[in-house]
Write a protein that binds this ligand. Sequence first.
Ligand code: TYD
Ligand code: MG
Length: 482
Amino acid sequence: MAKPSSVFVCTSCGAQTRQFFGKCAACGSWNTLVEQKAGPAADSRRRRPVAAAAGVKALEGGSAGQPRRSEPIQAVGERALQRLSSGYGEFDRVLGGGLVPGSLVLVGGDPGIGKSTLLLQSACSMAGRASVLYVSAEESAQQVKLRWRRLAPTTQTDVAPSANFQLLAETDLELVLQELESLRPAVAIIDSIQALHDGELASAPGSVAQVRECAAALARIAKRQDTALLLVGHVTKEGALAGPKVLEHLVDAVLTFEGDRFASHRLLRAVKNRFGATHELGVFEMRDRGLAEVTNPSELFLGGDEPSAGTATIVACEGTRPLVVELQALVSTTSYASPRRSATGIAVGRLHQILAVLEKHLGLPLSRFDCYLAVAGGLEVEEPAADLGVATAVVASYRDLTLPPGTVLVGELGLGGQLRPVGQLELRLQEAARLGFTRAVLPKGSGLAKTAASLGLQLLEAGTVAEALVAALGVNPADDRA
Ligand code: TYD
Ligand code: MG
């Protein structure tokens, strides 16, 4: 039963009731009532209202009791951000150069993907330089110890001083807060936020109300004592972090840890980062003794085999990181009334659009063919810069052509069949050259002739997709005799 200190608030209209209903009596919306602390009176024991604490405040830790006044922006004191390295270059890159004291970082991902492993490894490494508290709310201290043993050869925990590493297996929020206040660690890891439980709320652990209250309470303490907090969050069935994104605006950075269950590599990405760029990518490989960094990921996303019909290589950019990635297409006569289209690693809507452009502007009858597209290595490519590569792979499969070896393609396709310029071309060319590629097909007007020459790359510029295909394949795919 709900304790008197909590009320249910409608997230749609704001109406409050003492009792839970499926439907809000005030506005009639369904499933919008969420449990909350009743108000300042019930709250005064230790916490200020949630809204005041939400994330933004007090990197400089304002003293309690003193009302804060506005001041000219020039007069605001600046403090250089002292970042703490996680011990892993790939992790630091995604964080924006390391962990910022007092910041809140949410690490989300599917169960079993390796969140606990990543954080335990970093914790071991950071403990050599700063005090770390690891709160395990899901696994017992024994289980964490076992994992720690398993990781020991990788993290060299037996060698490094680990007195700075405190472990607490606890699910009660109150006890976790007490420990945080008494230890005042530089870094605290909460694994996971969904498993913590605030006894003042009747809702079950993992519910919206619990997750929000627990995170807000931890955030207040962390900001006050400059503890960097790493929160583990589970992804719900719908793929959102901690259900209704309750935490995403509360924290400074949201990282997602993803990967294919059947492959060993794992990708860490920043979805939001107040202290660094988003879309940065860190690549790891899960081994039997923990996660190892992959510092040359392009090798992972290249097929490695001899070029074959229907493959094309692109240079994608993830944040500031160029990645050479192989695309594979299969185009075959359909036996269905409406042809099948499927894409892994690229939005299927994008594939439809590219197929339509090819049909219209090159006159290829692709609507009578099934079309499958896959990105090697399980990478998700969202950039439109991959368009030309997709188009080339599709046409190459349709015509059974093999691209000359050492070719990369970069460019966005307009609906009119024109090739549009894309960003960070120089970086992409450098990466292609580094990996031994010798030809690059780019949109016209890149202004990179000199750069390409100095990199030993043959530059082929094209204004339309048709021109680009002729340049890349050496024949005109629209010509039926090709
Ligand atoms: P885990 O970190 O527990 O995942 P999460 O916290 O995201 O749920 O990782 C679990 C998986 O990783 C599990 O299937 C076992 C595997 N694993 C390894 O392959 N090697 C290792 O060294 C460790 C510790 C785990
Ligand atoms: Mg875990």
